[in-house]
Design a protein around this ligand. Structure first.
Ligand code: CAA
Length: 259
């Protein structure tokens, strides 16, 4: 596929793919085309058996500074309804494989919301997170008011959404928005290290485990536990379960095939 606003590497390391947002002059502002490309790339990588984990990154200055304000500024409510930009995000949410965000610089508005669509987040010391939509007369629209309080709790989510102020990587780590902070020079290396630790596991188990964790945000505990149990039992239908347990018993490394 030829993309205009993203770069895709299918094998940045074995079983690990990379999507780089690539609109540097606009701080990777997420216009409709860019988001459509991210959706297409994720779908294609999700369907590719040679990929087990996906990394999304930006550049040193910006992961993404939000939805493209210039593209939205003259729209009315009906235009926005018809454009229906968030249906693209609904597709991104359906990605089955684990996604890790590697964040340096600004992750604002839709950029912060894209980070929250990812399953884990590695940030550089320079990363800043925010939902500044309130400062331009609107509010988050790609999940910020829902995912942020689930990630960081009500008080900080309210502060971020109502003031529009950014938080540092340290505060994001303390609040539980991100997994770790690393020096900017080793951001990709450290993200790939985390991706490798996932990718060495059974890809089917990875998908079912991701699906089960995400269910915990949607269901009651009883329903969630029931869902988890079904997925756990289902994994006993895989060759990977036989291989993983045999490898443990025989004190060797497993060789998972994704079957
Ligand atoms: N949309 C469109 N263009 C943007 C942009 C955005 N979200 N963010 C930055 N840019 C553009 C700037 O207009 C500028 O372009 P020009 O050189 O053509 O003027 C270029 O990127 C560089 O930006 P700045 O000159 O502003 O850089 P800075 O270092 O002075 O400031 C910043 C950086 C604080 C991130 C500032 O650019 C900023 O506040 N950006 C907007 C952040 C924002 O409000 N995001 C929320 C968008 S709405 C949204 O995301 C809705 C949703 O929920 C989906």
């Amino acid at each position: 596929m030829n993309y205009e606003y993203i770069l895709v590497k299918e094998q940045v390391a074995p079983y690990i793919a990379l999507i780089q947002l690539n609109r540097p002059k606009e701080l990777n502002a997420l216009n409709l085309q860019l988001m459509g490309e991210v959706r297409e790339a994720l779908k294609s990588l999700d369907d590719n058996d040679a990929v087990r984990v996906i990394i999304i990154t930006g550049n040193e200055r910006a992961f993404a500074a939000g939805a493209d304000i210039k593209q939205m500024s003259d729209k009315n409510a009906i235009d926005m309804l018809k454009i229906d930009q968030f249906s693209t995000w609904d597709q991104i949410k359906k990605t089955k494989k684990p996604i890790i965000a590697a964040v340096s610089g600004f992750a604002l508005g839709g950029g912060c919301e894209l980070v929250m669509h990812c399953d884990c987040v590695v940030a550089s010391e320079t990363a800043q997170f925010g939902q500044p939509e309130i400062k331009i007369g609107v509010m988050p629209g790609a999940g910020g008011t829902q995912r942020l309080p689930r990630a960081v709790g009500k008080a900080l989510a309210m502060e971020m959404v109502l003031t529009g102020d950014f938080i540092s990587a340290e505060r994001a780590l303390a609040a539980g928005l991100i997994n770790k902070i690393v020096p900017v020079e080793v951001l990709m290396e450290e993200t790939i290290r985390m991706a490798k630790a996932m990718a060495k596991n059974s890809p089917i188990a990875l998908q079912m485990a991701k699906e089960s964790v995400l269910k915990s945000f949607e269901n009651s505990l009883t329903e969630g536990l029931y869902f988890e149990r079904k997925n756990f039992y289902m994994l006993f239908a895989t060759e990977d379960q036989k291989e993983g347990m045999a490898a443990f018993v025989n004190k060797r490394k497993p060789d998972f095939k994704g079957r």
